[in-house]
Ligand binder design. Structure first.
Ligand code: ADP
Ligand code: MG
Length: 632
């Protein structure tokens, strides 16, 4: 017996309504969007019982032709898109053609509309999926939609509605968002017959903020304005120390649409990092204008989450625009630097904060890509071809080195200790060595000479060091002022999530910043100069290549491996003589295996006897030539 059947349209709409119409506020949102899309100059919202009994939204927009009035209530009926291409660049708030049909499937609806060029209006009633006959009616130019008895036709939903106060709060929130995004539109709101808001057209967003959040906040806000390759940012932000206990005063709009975007909200919080007291949250009203084809609204039925093509660029632009404003002239800096040492204290509070402010402002003025460059120099892809950290001698190579570099054998510190030690003539003698072709180190050994691949050796040194540390416990991470964002595929996102803990053990704090964006918020202190993006990518690529889930030990080794590879000096990096010696001292100290973790040899050894053979000096063996017989 066949079991599959096509559902009746009413049921389809009720299911669709389940996604879009969650509570009275959802209806308010959809009706406000329709009014704004119709170009209204004035919109009135009337509610009874927080919208549970009645929601009436009237506008003076373009209205609908008589034959369009019943169509507006049909499912998938819209005047806003006609072809798939239209979805590529949505310029209206609505486009799904589902809102009115959804609402009419779960409540009683009356729609009256009159277009500008008509003498009378058309009225139609609908409810529970049934649409009545349109008939002429009296009414002004524009549209009025009345929604009564919400969820009458799906009582299960009705039970989930909260108190009037709570539902009214949600409705007000929707009005607030529309009012902020469209300050030029006159908005009036009444509840149970009483006027709640009467907002005449405003010149500025600030007026609207004042109306909803009070004059004190309205006056405190400062203007942010910036234009970058990804789009334009305008808005108002609160200067520290003005903050709020929750993030509810963070409004973000993209092309006039209120959106919730994890990544951009993160950028906002980053901009305030270190500037707010305790757990205070930033206050901001931000408006982004981006080319409509660079934002995909067709992601979620409520259209509140969007996909931004230039998400990572916008992240940097938002962060830089706000941060620069907060640290710029006219705003008292409140930068708090943890662990300021004596020198800085002596410098004086003012001078210090000015210096910090300038440094940060300079840093942020650079386009986001360059921020990365400051942390680590990029090179062509491939193992051993990226960032370098400088080479320092092992702690026990010299007496001084142990103190100066304790705990930092793999860090980016210059090998000062080695040079000092040599100057003082202490400790075991470091080998005579030179670098050739900026790639190989040639050194004298007790029994001949050794030729070392500098990258392979450094990588090996770092790997051993990291493994020893990782086995002992988690490595310390250093927070990045600007998190490094990494575009990732769905599989990479999942792999990163699965191994968050292992990455944290390495000192890398990795979190999802968006549906396809990872953020690296801290890097291992030991490898501060390594490229975190490349390190993460290498690791994820390995995870995805594994046929079987790797063991914890394999994961740890791989982390040490990719981190070491990315942090090591590479072929072509010129090294200072001290660095050459420091690297070789590591080799001596650790008596390292002569292969790098990739299996490539790190060293070629030529013994004295090999050399002698090559030069025909092996008289001891053959006895044919004597020393005296040679020209030198
Ligand atoms: P959408 O907004 O996604 O197109 P809706 O179901 O919300 O879908 O509305 C369907 C259609 O009804 C709209 O495309 C529009 O043509 C018309 N419409 C709805 N509300 C109004 C209004 N207030 N003024 C003018 N036309 C409207
Ligand atoms: Mg709509």
């Amino acid at each position: 017996m066949p079991l599959i059947r096509v559902l009746p349209e009413t049921l389809v709409n009720q299911i669709a309504a389940g996604e879009v119409i969650e509570r009275p506020a959802s209806v308010v949102k959809e009706l406000l969007e329709n009014a704004l899309d119709a170009g209204a100059g004035r919109v009135t919202v009337e509610l009874e019982k927080a919208g549970k009994a009645l929601i009436r939204v009237s506008d003076d927009g373009q209205g609908m032709a008589p034959e369009d009035v019943p169509l507006a209530l049909a499912s998938h009926a819209t005047s806003k898109v006609t072809a798939a291409e239209d979805l590529e660049a949505i310029t209206t708030l609505g486009f799904r053609g589902e809102a009115l049909a959804s609402i009419a499937s779960v409540a009683d609806v009356r729609l009256v509309s009159r277009p500008t060029d008509a003498l009378e209006a058309t009225e139609v009633e609908a409810g529970g999926g049934r649409v009545g006959e349109p008939r002429p009616a009296a009414g002004p130019v524009g549209t009025t939609v009345e929604v009564r008895n919400l969820f009458r036709y799906i009582p299960a939903r009705r039970k989930f509605l909260k108190t009037d106060a709570t539902e009214m709060g949600h409705c007000t929130e929707q009005v607030t968002r529309a009012a902020l995004a469209y300050p030029a539109v006159h908005l009036a709101v009444a509840h149970n017959g009483r006027t709640v808001y009467e907002l005449p057209p405003a010149e500025t967003v600030r007026e609207r903020v004042t109306a909803f959040f009070g004059a004190e906040l309205g006056e405190a806000l400062v203007t942010v304005e910036a234009e970058g390759p990804a789009g334009r940012i305008t808005g108002l932000v609160a200067p520290p120390p003005v903050g709020r206990a929750t993030g509810r005063h963070q409004y973000l709009f993209v092309n006039g649409r209120y959106v919730w975007d994890r990544s951009l909200l993160h950028a906002l919080r980053e901009a305030y990092r270190g500037l707010l007291e305790g757990r205070q949250q930033p206050v901001a009203f931000l408006f982004l204008t981006v080319p409509p084809e660079r934002v995909d609204v067709n992601v979620h039925p409520t259209k509140t989450e969007v996909r931004l093509r230039d998400g990572h660029l916008l992240y940097g632009e938002v962060l830089a625009a706000i941060r620069e404003k907060l640290l710029g002239p006219g705003l008292a800096p409140h930068v708090r630097m943890p662990g300021a040492d004596g020198d800085e204290a002596a410098e004086g509070e003012d001078a210090r904060s000015r210096r910090v402010r300038e440094a940060l402002a300079d840093f942020l003025r650079a386009p986001p890509q360059q921020h990365h460059m400051d942390f680590h120099r990029r090179r062509a892809a491939g193992c051993g071809s990226t960032a370098s950290s400088r080479v320092t001698p092992p702690p026990h190579a010299t007496g001084h080195a142990a103190e100066a570099d304790s705990g930092g054998t793999a860090t980016g510190a210059r090998p000062r200790a080695a040079a000092e030690a040599e100057g003082a003539g202490e400790g075991p003698a470091l080998p005579h060595a030179i670098q050739i072709h900026n790639t190989y180190l040639v050194a004298e050994t007790a029994d001949g000479i050794v030729i070392v691949d500098q990258h392979a050796l450094h990588e090996r040194v770092l790997f051993e060091d990291l493994m020893a540390r990782l086995e002992a416990g988690p490595l310390q991470g250093q927070r990045l002022l600007v998190p490094v964002t990494v575009d990732a595929t769905d599989r990479e996102m999942a792999a990163a999530e699965e191994h968050t803990e292992a990455l944290a053990r390495l000192g890398m704090d990795v979190a999802a910043l968006g549906p396809r964006t990872l953020g690296v918020r801290s890097v291992p202190t030991l490898l501060a100069k390594a490229d975190p993006e490349a390190t993460l990518r290498d690791f994820l690529a390995w995870v995805l290549e594994c046929d079987d889930p790797p063991t914890a030990r394999q994961v740890l080794e791989q982390l040490a491996h990719v981190a070491a590879c990315r942090a090591a000096v590479k072929a072509g990096d010129p090294l200072q003589p001290e660095e050459v010696r420091a690297l070789l001292a590591h080799r001596e100290a650790a008596r390292l295996a002569s292969t790098c973790p990739h299996g490539r040899p790190t060293a070629l050894v030529l013994s004295k006897s090999d050399l002698e053979k090559q030069f025909g000096r092996d008289y001891a063996a053959g006895g044919a030539v004597t020393d005296e017989g040679l020209p030198f």
